[in-house]
Design a protein around this ligand. Sequence first.
Ligand code: FAD
Length: 335
Amino acid sequence: MFSTDIAIIGGGPVGIFAAFQAGMLGMKAHLFESSNALGGQCAALYAEKPIYDIPGLPEVKAIDLVQNLIKQASPFKPQYHTLAEVIHLSRQEGRWLLESSSHLKVAAKAVLITAGGGLLVPNKPPLEKISEFELSGSIAYKVDSIEEYRDKDVLIAGGRDSAADWVNSLCGIARKIFFVHRREKFKCTLSSLEKITEACEKGLVEMICPAQILGIEGENGVIEKVKIGFPDKSEREVLVDKVLFFFGLKTALGPIGSWGIKLHSGRIIVEQETCQTNLSGIYAAGDIAFYPGKLKLILSGFSEVATALHHAYSEVFPGQAMHLQHSTDKGLPSA
Ligand SMILES: Cc1cc2nc3c(=O)[nH]c(=O)nc-3n(C[C@H](O)[C@H](O)[C@H](O)COP(=O)(O)OP(=O)(O)OC[C@H]3O[C@@H](n4cnc5c(N)ncnc54)[C@H](O)[C@@H]3O)c2cc1C
């Protein structure tokens, strides 16, 4: 079992920033992330997209923001545990005891929950052999690297912004994109749709709608063809190398809902002045935290982290007065 000052639940941008902020306050931190990588929504949903509203960074790719946050926290050597969903939280001998799905146990003086929308799980179509294609990377629900799609024939299915955005982002990189949606109308911005129409005129994209994917055929994870069905019961086959499904994500609060923490519509109620929950020593920040007027933005999460950890100082260092110190005065630990 590990012992630490602060346990952070969730390795999205807000959780990683918490690892930095904890270090600045002299606190040891262990961070649990349920998925196999840090970065939360930034890494899982829009890694390659530029973000424009991070103060001081006029434009930053989501994945680069994540990498920068990890670099910023690195002087403090936080302990990151990926594939470690926190499933139990209990009070034992004056400490908070956390247990993960990977059987890791950490005793902490205070806990900061930065679990975002909870566990992010993509909605999957009910197709045969889907896991075989997922394992080989032929079927995916997000784009990890644009280069994987270079000069490939790609089918993108979905009707919302994420699907349309990726049609445009991969246009000119993929050899050809088949854009399949079950309805005639798309729920995406008009400008995205206009760009796609232009790409269709150039032969780079073919829109197939209204239509549904009936099945995917292939061997050993390699796709041979995708069967598509139309409302008049006719069928068509397309030959593609890769398929991307953007059918939205399910978010599940998971075990957090059973820890006795007060919730509002699946989010954790915090007192805005401290970011503390109804349980003393348990804080929340980022998308998971709720208070009247809350904005679900990365910059709000960063500010909440600072509030929470400055307040948690008295639990981590009882009897020691907290003096606000600027980073310019404090500096960083030498390497
Ligand atoms: C397409 C898109 C574009 C966006 N663009 C912007 C933008 O331009 N500007 C902006 O400010 N915001 C933007 N956002 C919103 C922004 O991504 C979120 O506000 C931000 O990711 C919240 O960060 P977070 O760390 O609180 O949560 P998340 O990023 O959701 O990370 C939470 C992490 O906690 C993990 N987790 C959950 N439960 C557990 C558990 N029990 N144990 C361990 N780990 C757990 C999850 O796996 C996840 O990795 C965008 C969102 C989307 C979807």
